[in-house]
Design a protein around this ligand. Structure first.
Ligand code: ADP
Ligand code: MG
Length: 273
Protein backbone atom coordinates (compact mmCIF):
# COMPACT_ATOMS: atom_id res chain seq x y z
CA UNK A 1 0.00 0.00 0.00
CA UNK A 2 1.40 3.32 -1.09
CA UNK A 3 1.00 5.73 1.84
CA UNK A 4 -1.12 8.83 1.35
CA UNK A 5 0.52 12.23 1.82
CA UNK A 6 0.29 13.53 5.38
CA UNK A 7 -0.93 17.10 5.86
CA UNK A 8 1.51 19.70 7.14
CA UNK A 9 -0.96 20.62 9.86
CA UNK A 10 -3.88 18.87 11.41
CA UNK A 11 -7.06 18.85 9.32
CA UNK A 12 -10.35 18.96 11.19
CA UNK A 13 -13.51 18.19 9.23
CA UNK A 14 -17.11 18.60 10.25
CA UNK A 15 -19.13 16.13 8.19
CA UNK A 16 -22.50 17.81 8.14
CA UNK A 17 -25.84 18.01 6.36
CA UNK A 18 -28.98 18.45 8.39
CA UNK A 19 -30.77 15.93 6.23
CA UNK A 20 -30.67 12.40 7.61
CA UNK A 21 -29.66 9.42 5.51
CA UNK A 22 -27.46 11.26 3.02
CA UNK A 23 -24.31 9.32 3.88
CA UNK A 24 -22.62 11.42 6.59
CA UNK A 25 -21.76 8.46 8.78
CA UNK A 26 -20.89 6.13 5.91
CA UNK A 27 -18.59 8.82 4.55
CA UNK A 28 -16.97 9.54 7.91
CA UNK A 29 -16.31 5.88 8.63
CA UNK A 30 -15.04 4.81 5.23
CA UNK A 31 -12.90 7.87 4.49
CA UNK A 32 -11.35 7.52 7.95
CA UNK A 33 -10.67 3.83 7.51
CA UNK A 34 -9.18 4.38 4.04
CA UNK A 35 -6.86 7.12 5.31
CA UNK A 36 -5.81 5.11 8.36
CA UNK A 37 -5.07 2.07 6.21
CA UNK A 38 -2.64 4.27 4.30
CA UNK A 39 -0.52 5.44 7.16
CA UNK A 40 -2.53 8.44 8.33
CA UNK A 41 -3.56 8.85 11.95
CA UNK A 42 -7.26 9.62 12.21
CA UNK A 43 -9.67 10.44 15.02
CA UNK A 44 -13.40 10.07 14.43
CA UNK A 45 -15.58 12.04 16.81
CA UNK A 46 -19.08 10.61 16.90
CA UNK A 47 -21.41 13.52 17.56
CA UNK A 48 -24.66 11.72 16.76
CA UNK A 49 -26.52 10.25 19.76
CA UNK A 50 -27.42 7.28 17.54
CA UNK A 51 -23.76 6.29 17.69
CA UNK A 52 -23.73 4.80 14.19
CA UNK A 53 -20.12 5.76 13.52
CA UNK A 54 -19.06 4.13 16.80
CA UNK A 55 -20.91 0.96 15.80
CA UNK A 56 -19.35 0.85 12.35
CA UNK A 57 -15.88 1.31 13.81
CA UNK A 58 -16.46 -1.56 16.25
CA UNK A 59 -16.20 0.70 19.30
CA UNK A 60 -18.19 0.15 22.50
CA UNK A 61 -20.90 2.77 23.03
CA UNK A 62 -23.40 1.43 25.52
CA UNK A 63 -24.88 4.01 27.86
CA UNK A 64 -22.32 4.65 30.60
CA UNK A 65 -19.28 4.12 28.35
CA UNK A 66 -16.89 7.11 28.60
CA UNK A 67 -17.98 9.15 25.60
CA UNK A 68 -18.09 12.51 23.88
CA UNK A 69 -21.09 13.38 26.05
CA UNK A 70 -18.92 13.72 29.15
CA UNK A 71 -16.32 15.62 27.18
CA UNK A 72 -18.89 18.22 26.10
CA UNK A 73 -20.20 18.56 29.62
CA UNK A 74 -16.66 19.11 30.87
CA UNK A 75 -16.46 15.98 32.98
CA UNK A 76 -13.62 14.29 31.09
CA UNK A 77 -10.79 15.23 28.76
CA UNK A 78 -11.13 13.97 25.16
CA UNK A 79 -8.03 11.79 25.55
CA UNK A 80 -9.81 9.70 28.17
CA UNK A 81 -12.73 8.63 26.02
CA UNK A 82 -10.84 7.76 22.84
CA UNK A 83 -10.92 4.09 21.87
CA UNK A 84 -8.81 2.31 19.30
CA UNK A 85 -10.77 0.96 16.32
CA UNK A 86 -9.90 -2.51 15.10
CA UNK A 87 -10.04 -1.18 11.53
CA UNK A 88 -6.49 0.09 11.40
CA UNK A 89 -3.63 0.85 13.75
CA UNK A 90 -3.93 4.60 13.40
CA UNK A 91 -7.71 4.85 13.70
CA UNK A 92 -9.36 6.11 16.87
CA UNK A 93 -12.90 6.97 17.86
CA UNK A 94 -14.48 9.12 20.53
CA UNK A 95 -17.80 7.27 20.81
CA UNK A 96 -21.29 8.66 21.25
CA UNK A 97 -23.75 7.07 23.63
CA UNK A 98 -27.47 7.72 23.76
CA UNK A 99 -26.77 10.11 26.68
CA UNK A 100 -25.70 12.59 24.03
CA UNK A 101 -29.36 13.03 23.10
CA UNK A 102 -29.74 15.11 26.26
CA UNK A 103 -26.69 17.26 25.58
CA UNK A 104 -28.46 19.45 23.05
CA UNK A 105 -30.63 20.75 25.93
CA UNK A 106 -28.08 20.49 28.74
CA UNK A 107 -25.58 22.60 26.83
CA UNK A 108 -27.98 25.50 26.44
CA UNK A 109 -27.38 26.85 29.93
CA UNK A 110 -23.62 26.25 29.92
CA UNK A 111 -20.89 28.83 29.46
CA UNK A 112 -19.05 28.85 26.14
CA UNK A 113 -21.56 26.30 24.94
CA UNK A 114 -20.62 26.57 21.25
CA UNK A 115 -16.89 26.18 21.79
CA UNK A 116 -16.77 23.11 23.99
CA UNK A 117 -15.72 20.63 21.33
CA UNK A 118 -13.15 23.06 19.93
CA UNK A 119 -11.53 23.37 23.37
CA UNK A 120 -11.56 19.62 23.84
CA UNK A 121 -9.80 19.05 20.51
CA UNK A 122 -7.27 21.79 21.22
CA UNK A 123 -6.20 20.02 24.41
CA UNK A 124 -5.91 16.60 22.74
CA UNK A 125 -2.56 14.93 23.32
CA UNK A 126 -3.19 12.03 20.90
CA UNK A 127 -1.34 13.01 17.75
CA UNK A 128 -3.62 12.68 14.75
CA UNK A 129 -3.40 14.06 11.22
CA UNK A 130 -7.15 14.14 10.60
CA UNK A 131 -10.19 14.60 12.77
CA UNK A 132 -13.63 13.81 11.33
CA UNK A 133 -16.67 14.93 13.29
CA UNK A 134 -19.77 12.96 12.34
CA UNK A 135 -22.69 15.34 12.90
CA UNK A 136 -26.29 14.51 13.78
CA UNK A 137 -29.03 15.31 11.23
CA UNK A 138 -29.90 18.71 12.70
CA UNK A 139 -28.51 22.20 13.01
CA UNK A 140 -28.62 22.35 16.80
CA UNK A 141 -25.86 22.98 19.31
CA UNK A 142 -24.07 19.72 18.58
CA UNK A 143 -23.62 20.62 14.92
CA UNK A 144 -22.68 24.19 15.89
CA UNK A 145 -19.99 22.75 18.18
CA UNK A 146 -18.67 20.77 15.22
CA UNK A 147 -18.64 23.84 12.95
CA UNK A 148 -16.83 25.88 15.58
CA UNK A 149 -14.25 23.12 16.12
CA UNK A 150 -13.63 22.39 12.44
CA UNK A 151 -11.35 24.02 9.90
CA UNK A 152 -13.10 22.38 6.98
CA UNK A 153 -16.67 21.44 6.23
CA UNK A 154 -17.40 18.29 4.24
CA UNK A 155 -20.97 18.04 2.98
CA UNK A 156 -22.14 14.68 1.65
CA UNK A 157 -24.91 15.20 -0.88
CA UNK A 158 -27.17 12.37 -1.94
CA UNK A 159 -27.75 12.16 -5.69
CA UNK A 160 -31.52 12.54 -5.53
CA UNK A 161 -34.10 15.04 -6.59
CA UNK A 162 -34.15 17.39 -3.59
CA UNK A 163 -30.38 17.22 -3.12
CA UNK A 164 -29.76 20.95 -2.80
CA UNK A 165 -32.90 21.71 -0.86
CA UNK A 166 -32.16 22.54 2.75
CA UNK A 167 -28.50 23.23 2.05
CA UNK A 168 -29.19 26.97 2.10
CA UNK A 169 -30.02 26.71 5.78
CA UNK A 170 -26.77 24.86 6.52
CA UNK A 171 -24.74 27.40 4.54
CA UNK A 172 -26.36 30.32 6.36
CA UNK A 173 -25.36 28.71 9.64
CA UNK A 174 -21.85 28.30 8.31
CA UNK A 175 -21.78 32.02 7.44
CA UNK A 176 -22.91 32.89 10.96
CA UNK A 177 -20.31 30.62 12.54
CA UNK A 178 -17.61 32.14 10.31
CA UNK A 179 -18.66 35.67 11.20
CA UNK A 180 -18.92 35.20 14.95
CA UNK A 181 -17.25 32.04 16.17
CA UNK A 182 -14.76 30.50 13.74
CA UNK A 183 -13.22 32.55 10.94
CA UNK A 184 -11.11 29.61 9.83
CA UNK A 185 -14.04 27.45 8.75
CA UNK A 186 -14.14 26.72 5.00
CA UNK A 187 -16.52 24.65 2.96
CA UNK A 188 -13.72 22.72 1.31
CA UNK A 189 -15.34 19.49 0.20
CA UNK A 190 -18.56 18.19 -1.30
CA UNK A 191 -18.96 14.45 -1.81
CA UNK A 192 -21.74 13.08 -3.99
CA UNK A 193 -23.16 9.87 -2.52
CA UNK A 194 -25.54 7.05 -3.45
CA UNK A 195 -25.17 7.65 -7.15
CA UNK A 196 -27.33 5.35 -9.25
CA UNK A 197 -26.07 5.18 -12.83
CA UNK A 198 -29.38 3.76 -14.05
CA UNK A 199 -31.25 7.00 -13.53
CA UNK A 200 -30.86 10.09 -15.66
CA UNK A 201 -31.90 12.09 -12.65
CA UNK A 202 -28.69 11.18 -10.82
CA UNK A 203 -26.60 12.68 -13.63
CA UNK A 204 -28.66 15.85 -13.53
CA UNK A 205 -28.07 16.16 -9.79
CA UNK A 206 -24.32 15.60 -10.22
CA UNK A 207 -24.22 18.34 -12.86
CA UNK A 208 -26.29 20.72 -10.78
CA UNK A 209 -24.09 20.27 -7.71
CA UNK A 210 -20.92 20.72 -9.79
CA UNK A 211 -22.32 23.89 -11.38
CA UNK A 212 -23.12 25.21 -7.93
CA UNK A 213 -20.00 24.25 -5.98
CA UNK A 214 -17.33 23.99 -8.67
CA UNK A 215 -14.08 22.29 -7.73
CA UNK A 216 -15.06 21.82 -4.13
CA UNK A 217 -16.87 18.72 -5.41
CA UNK A 218 -14.60 15.68 -5.27
CA UNK A 219 -14.08 14.05 -8.67
CA UNK A 220 -14.99 10.71 -7.13
CA UNK A 221 -18.71 10.02 -6.77
CA UNK A 222 -19.84 7.28 -4.38
CA UNK A 223 -22.17 4.75 -6.04
CA UNK A 224 -25.13 3.12 -4.38
CA UNK A 225 -23.63 -0.15 -3.19
CA UNK A 226 -25.17 -2.64 -0.81
CA UNK A 227 -21.80 -3.52 0.78
CA UNK A 228 -21.65 -0.01 2.23
CA UNK A 229 -24.99 -0.60 3.95
CA UNK A 230 -24.11 -4.11 5.16
CA UNK A 231 -20.71 -3.41 6.69
CA UNK A 232 -21.86 -1.54 9.86
CA UNK A 233 -23.83 -4.53 11.16
CA UNK A 234 -20.51 -6.40 11.30
CA UNK A 235 -18.90 -3.54 13.22
CA UNK A 236 -16.69 -2.86 10.23
CA UNK A 237 -16.01 -0.31 7.55
CA UNK A 238 -16.75 -1.46 4.02
CA UNK A 239 -13.00 -1.39 3.40
CA UNK A 240 -12.56 -4.24 5.86
CA UNK A 241 -15.86 -6.01 5.17
CA UNK A 242 -15.43 -6.16 1.39
CA UNK A 243 -12.32 -4.30 0.23
CA UNK A 244 -12.90 -4.86 -3.47
CA UNK A 245 -16.56 -3.80 -3.54
CA UNK A 246 -17.39 -0.76 -5.66
CA UNK A 247 -18.34 1.10 -2.53
CA UNK A 248 -14.99 0.47 -0.88
CA UNK A 249 -12.98 1.32 -3.98
CA UNK A 250 -14.86 4.58 -4.41
CA UNK A 251 -14.26 5.65 -0.81
CA UNK A 252 -10.62 4.70 -1.22
CA UNK A 253 -10.39 6.94 -4.28
CA UNK A 254 -12.20 9.76 -2.48
CA UNK A 255 -9.83 9.46 0.49
CA UNK A 256 -6.81 9.65 -1.80
CA UNK A 257 -8.24 12.75 -3.45
CA UNK A 258 -8.91 14.35 -0.09
CA UNK A 259 -5.37 13.62 1.08
CA UNK A 260 -3.82 14.91 -2.12
CA UNK A 261 -5.79 18.13 -2.01
CA UNK A 262 -4.10 18.92 1.29
CA UNK A 263 -5.26 21.92 3.22
CA UNK A 264 -5.70 24.26 0.29
CA UNK A 265 -9.26 25.32 -0.38
CA UNK A 266 -10.12 25.53 -4.08
CA UNK A 267 -10.84 29.13 -5.11
CA UNK A 268 -8.75 30.55 -2.30
CA UNK A 269 -10.27 31.84 0.90
CA UNK A 270 -13.59 32.95 -0.57
CA UNK A 271 -17.09 32.52 0.81
CA UNK A 272 -19.21 29.43 0.70
CA UNK A 273 -20.98 29.70 -2.58
P1 ADP B 1 -26.47 9.82 7.59
O1 ADP B 1 -25.32 9.62 8.53
O2 ADP B 1 -26.35 11.06 6.76
O3 ADP B 1 -27.79 9.74 8.28
P2 ADP B 1 -25.82 7.17 6.64
O4 ADP B 1 -24.38 7.19 6.29
O5 ADP B 1 -26.18 6.55 7.96
O6 ADP B 1 -26.43 8.63 6.54
O7 ADP B 1 -26.59 6.45 5.46
C1 ADP B 1 -27.99 6.22 5.52
C2 ADP B 1 -28.29 4.76 5.15
O8 ADP B 1 -27.91 4.53 3.80
C3 ADP B 1 -27.51 3.77 5.97
O9 ADP B 1 -28.30 2.64 6.17
C4 ADP B 1 -26.30 3.44 5.11
O10 ADP B 1 -25.80 2.15 5.38
C5 ADP B 1 -26.88 3.54 3.72
N1 ADP B 1 -25.91 4.01 2.72
C6 ADP B 1 -25.09 5.09 2.83
N2 ADP B 1 -24.37 5.26 1.71
C7 ADP B 1 -24.75 4.28 0.86
C8 ADP B 1 -24.37 3.93 -0.48
N3 ADP B 1 -23.48 4.62 -1.18
N4 ADP B 1 -24.96 2.84 -1.03
C9 ADP B 1 -25.89 2.12 -0.35
N5 ADP B 1 -26.28 2.39 0.91
C10 ADP B 1 -25.73 3.47 1.51
MG1 MG C 1 -25.29 9.49 10.64
Amino acid sequence: RRPFPRPSRQRIFAVANQKGGVGKTTTTVNLSAALAMHGIRVLVIDLDPQGNASTALGVEHRSGTPSIYEVLLGDRPLDEVIAQSGEAEGLFCAPATIDLAGAEIELVSMVAREGRLRRAIASLSHEVDYVFIDCPPSLGLLTVNALVAAKELLIPIQCEYYALEGLGQLLRNVDLVQAHLNQELRLSTILLTMYDSRTRLADQVVQEVKDHFGDRVLGTTIPRNVRLAEAPSYGQSALTYDPVSRGSLSYLAAARELAERGVETPNGAGGNR
